[in-house]
Design a protein around this ligand. Structure first.
Ligand SMILES: C[C@@]1(CC(=O)O)C2=NC(=C\c3[nH]c(c(CCC(=O)O)c3CC(=O)O)Cc3[nH]c(c(CC(=O)O)c3CCC(=O)O)/C=C3\N/C(=C\2)[C@@H](CCC(=O)O)[C@]3(C)CC(=O)O)/[C@H]1CCC(=O)O
Ligand SMILES: NC(=O)c1ccc[n+]([C@@H]2O[C@H](COP(=O)([O-])OP(=O)(O)OC[C@H]3O[C@@H](n4cnc5c(N)ncnc54)[C@H](O)[C@@H]3O)[C@@H](O)[C@H]2O)c1
Length: 195
């Protein structure tokens, strides 16, 4: 059983710290920025790869510093992502993050994570987050490609129309839920030409 609880975070309102400047850090930064272009992110690393540096230079709203990690770096942070090659540092930051009740992901180290990153299918406003419970990130990536091909681009238009319809609906909560249930069923069965 997969006991993980999925949530969608407002990274533009939270402060994220990423430690590391190699290829794995770059992957995590790309995942963050592609999903949440306005994410508030601070990056710390002793050194950066050429590719990571180029990425950071092209994202002027991301803050980055070349330095050793220090405990003060966790101040005013909500979320921590580690992508270092230093197991001792990972353990230290994990322990301090727990003490401060910060949520931490240590890339590719499930035992040290409070949360895992997911594969994300995106169609405009629609996002599907995929977890394999850590069993096969490659399968998560394949499923992302599968669902991305399967879902029509028009689904975003359907969401816009449903939002307008939803805002116009009068009546009590129960009536709204019943009407929207019926309407979305028609949309998904293809009885509605707007999908
Ligand atoms: C979904 C995605 C999101 C992201 O990272 O953004 C993600 N990994 C991705 C790709 C990927 N990662 C790895 C490969 C190489 C092939 C392979 O090993 O399978 C590939 C494939 C590739 O790159 O093509 C290596 C790897 N990953 C983990 C371990 C350790 C272990 O399993 O013990 C090792 C071995 C390290 C080693 O050998 O040393 C662990 C985790 N990776 C997770 C997430 C979490 C579980 C997600 C889930 O429930 O499925 C979890 C538990 C923790 C975390 O890191 O958050 C992203 C897909 C992005 C996309 O959609 O395109
Ligand atoms: N690259 C891969 O494809 C891959 C695949 C699977 C697992 N991993 C693992 O993921 C981790 C990261 O991989 P990578 O290839 O990005 O590593 P890397 O060696 O390229 O980068 C590690 C980064 O951590 C930083 N760092 C280390 N100690 C630090 C400290 N005290 N303070 C600040 N920064 C510090 C370094 O400056 C560097 O930027 C490693 O443990 C690696 O074994 C990598």
């Amino acid at each position: 059983m997969n006991e993980l609880f999925p949530i969608f975070l407002k990274l533009h309102e939270l402060q994220t710290l990423v430690v590391g400047g190699g290829p794995v850090a770059l992957e995590k930064l790309q995942a963050i920025v592609s999903n949440s272009p306005q994410a508030k992110v601070r990056v710390i690393a002793k050194e950066y790869s050429k590719e990571t540096q180029e990425f950071l230079v092209a994202q002027p709203h991301l803050q980055w510093r070349t330095k050793d990690w220090e405990p003060e770096d966790l101040e005013e942070i909500d979320l921590v992502i580690l992508a270092t090659n230093n197991p001792k540092l990972n353990q230290t930051v994990r322990a301090l993050s727990r003490e401060k009740h910060l949520l931490i992901n240590v890339a590719d180290k499930p035992a040290l994570c409070d949360f895992y990153l997911s594969s994300v299918v995106r169609k405009g406003n629609l996002k599907l987050a995929i977890s394999t419970n850590g069993k096969s990130p490659t399968m998560a990536k394949r499923l992302k490609e599968f669902f991305s091909d399967l879902l029509p681009e028009e689904i975003d238009e359907a969401l816009d129309l449903l939002q307008t319809y939803r805002n116009q609906l009068k009546g009590d909560f129960k009536h709204k839920v019943e009407t929207l249930n019926a309407h979305t069923l028609a949309v998904l069965k293809g009885n509605d030409t707007r999908f």
